[in-house]
Every structure is written in structure tokens, then in C-alpha cells.
Ligand binder design. Structure first.
Ligand SMILES: [Ca+2]
Ligand SMILES: [Ca+2]
Ligand SMILES: [Ca+2]
Length: 318
């Protein structure tokens, strides 16, 4: 609840009555200032009377507690995997088209798609679930939201259209984008958020991000989350210990319908081993996900020797 500090209001009325000059004061440490050429009005947001201390005889209620604010974000980000082979700059939405998108978010928030979000086609068709976090000045995660990702990169709420909404006590937060088999990325600087949706475009390369080479550059222009983290350990690796290739192989060999335990067995579904998000999981054979992973490793700017053993890490604070 926004309320005008009663003391200031008295001063203000006094000023208006007698034309006295007033010193500028703020009732609390967190507030807003509204001004025109004649007056400056400070107000705070919060609920007076907050904490309660009691023992068997007395109850003491004291303090001033800041209430949480609603902060809105409209981020835009791309997934490298969903852009591979795309010709129109839009991510593929094969998972939606093939009815393989789960109605409930695969992330811990467990929210469910609403408003028939998966029936929308075109630029705003849903590619997949993603996850957006906000972190405070200490890089501590203070807000987590599942989001739906549209083909043109817009990250929206579970209804497929609304801005993401966070409840938080401050305004300055780092904003982070995550996806189940891509490496996450985060703003390098804290962003001032408010009740008006803040647009944050991670796809242009103009928004500084934390770390180095935090995103892939697709077709020399579009910045996108690195694909290939099949085992979701924050590292993309083709060969060597803990590699993601073996996780593709395990998914194929472990599939119940692969009765001959063939490395060439493809299956359809919603799985982290589906690096290009085309709804087909394939270890070997035509259009397999393994070769995509290999290409990703070899495309990293720091892999100058084109080593198949090269690995790179998610650029996020711990
Ligand atoms: Ca859109
Ligand atoms: Ca990995
Ligand atoms: Ca695939």
C-alpha cells in the first residue's frame, strides 16, 4: 500500500497555507519521490507496524516493514538448439506441434500452462518451457519463475502472453535465463525493475552478460543460449569425462522400445537428449543429436584447435 507520510503531509499543508519553505524529507529508506516545479513529495511503500515481540505478559508490536513489490519483466532470448537449421529467424516449435510439450513446467515451480497457450501458432507459438530468475546484489537467487518461450524469443507467463511477474522487496536485480538443456545466462549488471514491464533483449548482443562467451552467436548475428547440456551439469562437452554424448547414447539404449539395443534407434518425445528440440532423439544415424553437439563444441570461439575434447561452462555465479 502506498501512503503519504503523515508528518510530511502536515508540512505540506503548512507550506500550501503559509508559503513556508520546507526541507525535503523521506519517511523511510525505501520510497518514491514525486515532484513538480513547486513541491517535492516523498512517500514510502509499506505497512506500518510489522514485527511482534511477546512473552507471557506483554505483546510489543513495532517497526516498519517494507512490503513486497510486484516487478514485471519481458525478457527476450533464443535457444541455439531450436535455431539450428531455422531459416526465418524463428525457433522451431516441433515440440508443441507434435504434442510433446508438457502442460506442467518441467522446473520445480510446477506451474501449468493456461489460456490454451499451446494452441497459438506463428511468431508467438510456444517453443518450450524456460526459467527466469532474479538475483540480488550478492548474486543470491531471490525469485524463480517458469516461463513459456515464444518462437520469436519472448519469454512470457504460463498463459502464453503476460509479462513475467516477481514479488520482491527491492528494485535492482540481475536477471537470468535458464533452459533444461541449454546453458543459462545472466545480465552482467543489475537491472532496475518496476511495476511497468522491463524489456530485456538477450538476443542482440547489446545487453552485457555475466562471464565470457555466455551465449552462442547464431548466423553471425543472433545471440542464443548455448545448446548441448544434455546431462544438465552446467558444462557442454562432447568427449571426455562427464560428456553429454553418453547421455544421448544412454537415452537411446535405455528406451523401452529399443528392444535390440541399437545405437541407431530414434524415438520421439520430450527429452534433454533432443538437442535441437525437434522432438526426435537420435544418437547415431540421419539427423542425429550427437553431431549437433560436436558442431557446437567446435564452434566455440575459445576452441581454436577444434578439439573434440573441448568443454565450456555455464557463465553464471555460484
Ligand atoms: Ca512474440
Ligand atoms: Ca553437460
Ligand atoms: Ca533432435
Amino acid at each position: 500500500m502506498n501512503r503519504i507520510c503523515p508528518i510530511l503531509l502536515v508540512y505540506l499543508l503548512g507550506y500550501m497555507s503559509y508559503g513556508q519553505q520546507l526541507a525535503n524529507q523521506v519517511c523511510g529508506t525505501s520510497g518514491e519521490e514525486v515532484s513538480n516545479s513547486e513541491i517535492i513529495l516523498n512517500h514510502t511503500s509499506g505497512e506500518f507496524v510489522s514485527s511482534t515481540i511477546n512473552n507471557s505478559e506483554i505483546t510489543l508490536t513495532q517497526g516498519f516493514q517494507q512490503t513486497a513489490q510486484m516487478l514485471y519483466i519481458s525478457p527476450k532470448a533464443m535457444l541455439q538448439g531450436a535455431l539450428i537449421g531455422a531459416t526465418n529467424g524463428l525457433m522451431r516449435d516441433n515440440l508443441r506441434v507434435s504434442n510433446n510439450l508438457p502442460n506442467a513446467s518441467p522446473y520445480e515451480e510446477g506451474i501449468v500452462e493456461s489460456n490454451n497457450a499451446f494452441t497459438v501458432t506463428g511468431n508467438d507459438a510456444i517453443v518450450d518451457w524456460a526459467q527466469v530468475k532474479i538475483r540480488n546484489a550478492d548474486h543470491k537467487v531471490v525469485g524463480v519463475k517458469s516461463a513459456l518461450l515464444q518462437r520469436d524469443g519472448d519469454l512470457v507467463s504460463a498463459d502464453g502472453v503476460s509479462p513475467l511477474q516477481f514479488s520482491a522487496y527491492g528494485k535492482e536485480y540481475f536477471v537470468e535465463i535458464n533452459h533444461r538443456n541449454h546453458l543459462g545466462t545472466m545480465t552482467k549488471d543489475p537491472i532496475t525493475l518496476s511495476g511497468i514491464p522491463t524489456s530485456l533483449n538477450f538476443t542482440l548482443g547489446t545487453l552485457p552478460t555475466y562471464g565470457n562467451y555466455a551465449q552462442a552467436v547464431v548466423d553471425d548475428s543472433t545471440f542464443a543460449l548455448w545448446a548441448g547440456d544434455v546431462n544438465n551439469n552446467g558444462i557442454v562437452r562432447y568427449l571426455g569425462p562427464g560428456n553429454d554424448t553418453n547421455s544421448i547414447k544412454d537415452a537411446v539404449l535405455g528406451h523401452p522400445a529399443n528392444t535390440t539395443i541399437s545405437n541407431y534407434f530414434p524415438f520421439t518425445g520430450y527429452h534433454n537428449a533432443d538437442i535441437n528440440l525437434n522432438g526426435v532423439i537420435r544418437y547415431l544415424g540421419p539427423s542425429n543429436d550427437t553431431n549437433i553437439l560436436k558442431d557446437i563444441i567446435r564452434s566455440h570461439p575459445l576452441n581454436t584447435s577444434l578439439s573434440n575434447y573441448f568443454l565450456f561452462l555455464e557463465q553464471l555465479p555460484n
